[in-house]
Write a protein that binds this ligand. Structure first.
Ligand SMILES: [Zn+2]
Length: 453
């Protein structure tokens, strides 16, 4: 369902006009109200009154993540705290978090874009929406919550974790829409298997999954296991939270950006120059309507490309491809850029392994090494175990022909697609730690080793 036809199906020329007007007003507003932006724009030699439309966008300076940290906690707020009705914060990996604020109107906009996202994924006021994103300083839970309520759906605010209770409520309340991270959806399914619960008999029809990069292979896996449609949703607290963009259930091919509120560009990772539509680079977003915490050309750190072609669902909005990685997740292994999601998509080509994996990066001599640890499927594990037991030689397990063949095939596929040689280590089903939030996929031992030597 298209919730806001006027904005989601707007003619491109009219939209550019609207975005340009909003951009001009935004630049004036932050220049007058946020000392950081006064200085930044002065330094870039940009006078606010010279910014008239989208054509002036490339002249504007970018805002980086560390600018947000430097202004902790409220230095970038463009309204007095009196007008701020909500504060969220994203956990920093080091030191202080990043703080974001919302006026009453910002909260209304957030609920609206989240309602568009959920509606696009097939949610209506008849649905029962289980919000299994974390509630709290993290924006996932409350973002989905307000959007689903605005749609008129019945919301179950269960938050993250509580796996068995999640499954119980799905059965007892008849949940039809599940919102959580894709890795948690897989974990829930695992636990359902242990409880011998056949999830395909549940009324669940759609999952709206996000907050971490995932691959097309993982989508197919989740859809098959749960017998649902899985849609990708995108957002980040710096911009508003979830609800920056979302896939429509009709096409499931790129995430529709709510462009009347968020102006998206792609820039080159190295040079910072804008790239044409269709090219892969870093997503940069300008918030066009935010009051308390507006950002100009914020470098999200997410890698994607923009798809300008209209979609079969009828929306005219630009879509973004699913996030293929983060600039800060990007591993440089022997000089080659590697994203964990690329490895994941190769692993998911083999039904004999599970989408539970870990990348261990190390250094052997002068060379970087990458060991891909992945669980084999319970079925393959059973077959090999039985074969080895019948020979009465347990040391043979990892030497079994079926495993050696599979390992060589996966190693070759990774080499073909990513361009580097890796080792693959098989793990027993269930042995790789499960995540109830964002999955921890990479362990990079290189800096630790260097520090020790
Ligand atoms: Zn669409």
């Amino acid at each position: 369902m298209i919730r806001d036809r006027e904005h989601e199906c707007m003619g491109r020329e009219k939209l550019r006009q609207l975005q340009g007007e909003r951009l001009a007003a935004l630049v004036k507003r932050v220049y007058a109200r946020v000392p950081f932006y006064t200085e930044l724009l002065d330094k870039a030699g940009v006078k606010p009154e010279q910014v008239r439309g989208l054509e002036d966008l490339p002249r504007l300076p970018v805002t980086k993540k560390h600018n947000l940290r430097d202004q902790y906690p409220f230095g970038l707020f463009a309204t007095p705290l009196k007008d701020v009705v909500r504060i969220h914060a994203s956990s920093g990996t080091t030191g202080k978090p990043t703080t974001v604020g919302y006026t009453r109107n910002d909260i209304a906009v957030w609920a609206e874009v989240m309602a568009r996202a959920l509606a696009g994924a097939g949610t209506t006021d008849e649905d029962i929406v289980q919000v299994a994103y974390g509630y709290g300083l993290f924006t996932g839970g409350l973002g989905a919550h307000y959007g689903a309520e605005l749609l008129g759906a019945s919301v179950i605010p269960i938050s993250g974790s509580n796996t068995q209770r999640q499954l119980m409520l799905m059965q007892d309340f008849g949940t039809t829409v599940l919102c959580c991270t894709p890795s948690f959806a897989l974990y829930l399914w695992d636990v359902a298997q242990q409880l011998q619960l056949d999830v395909t008999t549940l009324p669940l029809k759609v999952g709206v999954f996000g907050a971490e990069p995932w691959s097309e292979g993982m989508r197919r896996d989740i859809e098959r296991k749960w017998n649902i449609k899985a849609c990708d949703i995108y957002g980040l607290s710096e911009i508003i939270g979830p609800g920056v963009s979302c896939e429509c259930v009709e096409a499931q091919s790129g995430l529709h950006i709510y462009e009347d509120h968020f102006l998206a560009e792609i820039i080159d990772l190295e040079t910072g120059n804008p790239l044409p539509d269709g090219e892969l680079g870093e997503l940069v977003i300008t918030t066009l309507t935010k009051e308390a915490f507006p950002l100009i050309r914020y470098r999200t750190g997410d890698i994607t490309r923009l798809i300008p072609e209209p979609c079969i669902c009828g929306r005219t909005s630009t879509r973004m491809e699913r996030i293929s990685g983060r600039t800060d997740d990007m591993l440089i292994i022997r000089g080659v850029n590697v994203f964990p999601s690329q490895v994941e998509s190769v692993l998911l080509m083999s039904p004999q392994v599970e989408p539970h994996y870990r990348l261990i990066v190390g250094r052997k001599g002068a060379l970087d090494s990458l060991d891909v640890q992945v669980e084999i499927s319970p079925k393959l594990y059973r077959e090999v175990s039985e074969a080895v037991l019948s020979l009465n030689d347990v040391t043979m397990f990892t030497e079994h022909d079926a495993l050696i063949d599979l390992k060589q095939r996966i190693q070759k596929n990774i080499k073909d697609i990513i361009g580097i040689s890796v080792s693959v280590t098989f793990k027993e089903p269930g042995s790789i730690e499960r995540s109830e939030g964002k999955a921890q996929r990479v362990i990079d031992n290189r800096t630790a080793e260097q520090g020790a030597s």
